[in-house]
Write a protein that binds this ligand. Structure first.
Ligand SMILES: C[C@H](N)C(=O)N[C@@H](CCCCN)C(=O)O
Length: 623
């Protein structure tokens, strides 16, 4: 039985349907906006590549810092339900601000197609991004934990399936949006002049966020809404602070040691709270090496997309744009999660292997490192092909008798002006007054040509003979399909690391600190993104393949540390521990009534030992 007033369908509370649909729409909104963000910075706000990349990663990092705020608000004040509603409104306003900021006509008073007051667009989009980061980050720990809350204590299996379906919805939303928004962006729209339609590419995600909010509200009568349990974060900080202070005050050898340094808070704080903090600290300690995984993972949207711009995206009937390669990730997730859940994990279990969550996460890290080795190999291929092309640089035409123009062929993602959007034959019309003639030639991705038009050109005659195309840069010769192995490994790593980690965080958290641990988990993503900024700024490695190898090596080193830490981790059942503590407290109350006075002191000591024993008993399973 679920916990809310919701009907139960096939063993699942109906309320979770609204939660997963909400997540689908919200992730559509988030990833759809994010897919075109770098290009918006570059082509609309006219920032250079470095600034665009830095602001992009800062935004992503901010999105994963704000979950702490959301968790505090939810756990100590509003509860998860209200926090999700209020912050979703903030989020939707942010998305609308982004869409408005991308309407060039607003400040295009001279109607030449470019905004006249860039400050207006920059300020509005930064405000929009800030609100989005606040909204998406704020609700992130609440939605997953709120979903988990809908299940009863004996619904572990259903809860696990819920987290898998939840992850599928994240990726379903991400998949659709990363296909759709680049297409919307490539449309032309405007009142005075037609420009790339970033406003539509941001507008549709804004609409989806409103849908997410409405769906969540519709389910409101069915949810189990746990009451906020006070400012738990503050209590935790005070309790830890007191334990440290008290330990320091009693540092002399005359005071007997205690089992755990948190036990120095016993003079002032509830034993249950201390036990809960111990559980949280154990998991948080384990989180320390995790940011490195995200450092690699989140470079799909930056480094790998930039790598794709130097590759050939011609898949025959389909021409893939560099930013669209990111869709490989959600496609693989949607395929791999069911395969892992229904085939691989049960098979491993049948073989008698205990593939615990922490072992899965370790393997996930290794797979991500392999992905970066693949990326390095692809990069070497690209570098070799570029070198060869430079050496085979074509002849140069010079002298009188020519007029010339230059044309660069790039993927759609890079192109806003003089660009041909396909890799096939393109036709130009040369005009002089009412006379014209046509010239056609073949192009390839990434190539650059200078066209020399002979001054002897006679309109009406064959234009083809009067134009000479000189290839300055040959087309990209390394195919984008070569990125698929790196996407495969990073995604397989994600399934093992991220899907497992999400559930691990929930299962190991005490009942009143679930959102706190979710926020801690997401905080590792923020740190991971800051590491990208730091390494990119500080290391300044001239060879891209070497940077990929550096990241892969760092992750392997971190992975070794994590596996050692994981080996010493003991799994707990927070519900069982909490129940034992509560039972004991009740028994104490009963006993206290009958045995007043001196006996109390003895009893507290005994109870303390007994509680520790119970805690130890409940934490037996190792990695
Ligand atoms: C779309 C991606 N495969 C995914 O599942 N993302 C998750 C986890 C993201 C963690 C760091 N970027 C999501 O919740 O969006």
């Amino acid at each position: 039985m679920g916990k809310g007033k919701s009907k139960v369908v096939c063993g699942y509370p109906l309320s979770i349907f609204f939660i997963v649909v909400n997540e689908f729409c919200e992730r559509f909104s988030y990833y759809g906006m994010r897919a075109v963000l770098v290009l918006y910075f570059k082509y609309f706000l006219r920032w250079d590549d470095d600034l665009a990349t830095s602001i992009y990663h800062t935004f992503v990092a901010l999105c994963y810092l704000t979950p702490i705020l959301g968790a505090i608000v939810a756990d100590s004040w509003l509860g998860k339900f209200k926090t999700i509603i209020y912050l979703s409104i903030v989020y939707a306003v942010g998305q609308v601000a982004m869409a408005v900021s991308a309407i060039h006509d607003i400040t295009d008073s001279d109607r030449d197609g470019t905004p006249d007051s860039m400050t207006f667009h920059i300020v509005l989009s930064m405000v929009g991004l800030f609100l989005i980061a606040l909204g998406t980050g704020g609700i992130k720990p609440c939605v997953a934990a709120f979903g988990g809350d809908q299940f009863g204590e004996h619904q572990d299996r259903q809860r696990r399936t819920f987290f898998s379906v939840f992850y599928l919805c994240i990726n379903g939303g991400s998949l659709l949006s990363t296909i759709i928004t680049p297409v919307l962006r490539a449309q032309e729209c405007g009142i005075y002049s037609k420009q790339k339609c970033y406003s539509l590419a941001f507008g549709v995600p804004a609409a989806l966020m409103v849908v997410a909010l409405v769906v969540f509200i519709i389910g409101s009568g069915m949810y189990y809404k746990a009451e906020p349990q006070g400012n738990i974060m503050l209590d935790v900080c005070k309790c830890i602070g007191f334990a440290i202070k008290n330990r320091y005050r009693h540092r002399s050898k005359q005071y007997p040691k205690r089992q755990h340094w948190m036990d120095w808070a016993e003079e002032k704080y509830d034993k249950l709270l201390i036990a809960q903090i111990k559980m949280v600290l154990k998991v948080l300690f384990l989180y320390i090496p995790l940011p490195m995984f995200w450092t690699l993972f989140d470079q799909k949207g930056s480094r790998w997309t930039l790598q794709a711009t130097t590759m050939d995206g011609n898949f025959g009937a389909l021409v893939i744009q560099p930013d669209q390669m990111q869709t490989v990730n959600p496609i693989l997730i949607l395929t791999l999660v069911p395969i892992m859940d229904s085939l691989i994990y049960p098979l491993i279990k049948k073989c008698g292997l205990n593939f615990t969550p922490l072992k899965r996460m370790t393997v996930g890290m290794l797979l991500a490192a392999i992905a970066f080795v693949c990326a390095a190999l692809v990069q070497i291929q690209i570098d070799v092909s570029t070198k060869q092309l430079l050496h085979s640089s074509p002849y140069i035409l010079s002298g009188q008798g020519f007029i010339y123009f230059k044309l660069t062929i790039k993927g759609k993602a890079n192109s806003d002006s003089t660009t041909v959007h396909n890799t096939d034959k393109a036709t130009f019309t040369l005009r002089s007054g009412s006379q014209s003639c046509e010239y056609s030639t073949n192009f390839g991705f990434g190539s650059s040509y200078t066209f020399f038009i002979h001054s002897t050109l006679v309109f009406g005659s064959n234009c083809q003979d009067s134009v000479t195309a000189v290839e300055d840069i040959k087309p990209n010769s390394v195919h984008m399909a070569l990125q698929i192995p790196q996407y495969f490994f990073i995604t397989a790593g994600e399934v093992m690391f991220s899907v497992t980690g999400l559930e691990f965080s929930y299962s190991q958290a005490p009942s009143n600190m679930k959102a706190v641990l979710q926020a801690g988990w997401l905080f590792t993503v923020a740190i991971g993104n800051f590491i990208v900024l730091i390494v990119a700024e500080l290391a300044k490695i001239p060879k891209q393949w070497a940077e990929y190898v550096l990241f892969a090596s760092l992750l392997v080193a971190v992975c070794v540390i994590f596996s050692i830490m994981a080996y010493f981790y003991t799994y707990i059942d927070p519900t069982e521990i909490e129940a034992q503590f509560k039972k004991k407290i009740n028994e104490d109350d009963e006993d206290d009534k009958s045995k007043p006075g001196k006996a109390e002191v003895e009893m507290v000591k005994r109870d303390s030992i007994k509680c520790h024993d119970e805690y130890d008993k409940a934490t037996q399973t190792k990695m």
